[in-house]
Design a binder for this molecule. Structure first.
Ligand code: P6P
Length: 335
């Protein structure tokens, strides 16, 4: 991976992907192309997000906006855009999206990969201009080439991901991903329509003071988790919770910290989805030197039972997560 790392900040995403591919002599470029297809959809969604409020205004005369499109919720638009990019790109044979119950067959039966995706997470934040994000996870299919994608293609377990990442539509738009050779992030310059390498080989601080959890559920947390949070409060912990997973995740990745979504009365098995939220972010964070647990089991080792299953999660700086899991945590709720 020294090749790709040798690239200076400011390298374009395309060039970085191409250079990383050179490290894999047998690669034929399908995964590279798949990553480009995801980046293309991200550019389109970024544009939709940035004009969302305006479409409302321009679409004020009834349901249609100036493009004649029916005004749709942004997460629906994002889902359509990612599906279209992956179907047209030809590299993915199947898609599992948060927005739809069943696996989507792309028609590319010779595609070697499948993609699990949360096209736009945190939709409750969209209308109030809070940062939102896309989270994606890529597997090499296990079903035969030339046949439709199967559920098994998606149920291989977190350690079988070949790539994973996210796009954060925030004060700037950043795409971060890993293919198992570290984590790199690219900032979008929309006047040029390009992502440029801005954070090379991200390494998460081993510890930190930031903790991210929804205080409204504190009373639901188990005693060990409550004690862990109290301990942070007493030792100048910094409470930061946007309520938008990708925003909370990215800040903690760069500054150090821990994100907790433990079992709650409302979500006894956690709220976040294993296949397209917890697994991909756990892959990214481990590649950056962090860790992620579902209770006392590493997230990437959790065995998937259902495509849309939920999972509890503690993820962040290794010293903080280990402190919680080893010194405070005893399994609860998790059967
Ligand atoms: P709560 C947003 O709805 C989301 O899926 C994540 O983006 C976010 O971290 C979490 O749920 C917030 O959930 O229960 O704290 O509002």
């Amino acid at each position: 991976n020294e090749n790709a790392l040798a690239l200076p900040v400011g390298t374009t995403l395309d060039r970085f992907i191409m250079r990383q591919q050179e490290d894999f002599p047998y690669a034929k470029g399908e995964l590279s192309q798949l990553l480009r297809d995801i980046a293309l959809a991200a550019k389109i969604i970024n544009r939709e997000i940035n004009r969302a409020g305006l479409i409302d205004i321009t679409g004020a005369f009834g349901k249609e906006n100036i493009q004649g499109e029916h005004q749709q919720k942004l997460d629906v638009i994002a889902n359509i855009r990612f599906k279209r990019a992956l179907i047209n790109g030809g590299e993915a044979c199947g898609i599992l999206t948060e927005e739809e119950e069943d696996i989507i067959q792309t028609g590319n039966e010779n595609g070697k990969y499948v993609v699990a995706i949360d096209p736009l997470d945190g939709s409750s934040n969209i209308d109030v201009n809070v940062s939102i994000g896309t989270i994606f996870s890529i597997y090499r299919r296990v079903s035969p080439i030339g046949t439709p994608a199967t559920t098994e293609d998606f149920m291989q377990g977190g350690r079988r991901q070949v790539a994973a990442g996210y796009i954060l539509y925030g004060s700037s738009t950043i795409m971060a991903y890993t293919t198992g050779q570290g984590v790199n992030a690219f900032t979008y310059e929309n006047s040029l329509g390009e992502f440029f390498l801005s954070h090379a080989n991200i390494k998460m601080p081993a510890s930190g003071k930031i903790y991210s959890c929804n205080d409204a559920y504190f009373e639901d947390f188990s005693e060990p988790v409550q004690n862990f949070v109290r301990n942070l409060r007493k030792n100048d912990g910094v409470a930061r919770y946007i309520g938008s997973l990708v925003g909370d995740f990215h800040r903690n990745l760069l500054k150090g910290g821990i994100y907790l979504y433990p079992p709650t009365a409302k979500s006894p098995h956690g709220k976040l989805r294993l296949l397209y939220e917890c697994y991909p972010l756990a892959f990214v964070i481990e590649q950056a030197g962090g860790i992620a647990f579902e209770g006392s089991v590493k997230t990437l080792d959790v065995v998937p039972q259902k495509p849309h299953q939920r999972s509890t999660i503690f993820l962040g700086s290794p010293e903080m997560v280990e402190n919680l899991v080893k010194n405070f945590f005893v399994p609860e709720f998790i059967d």
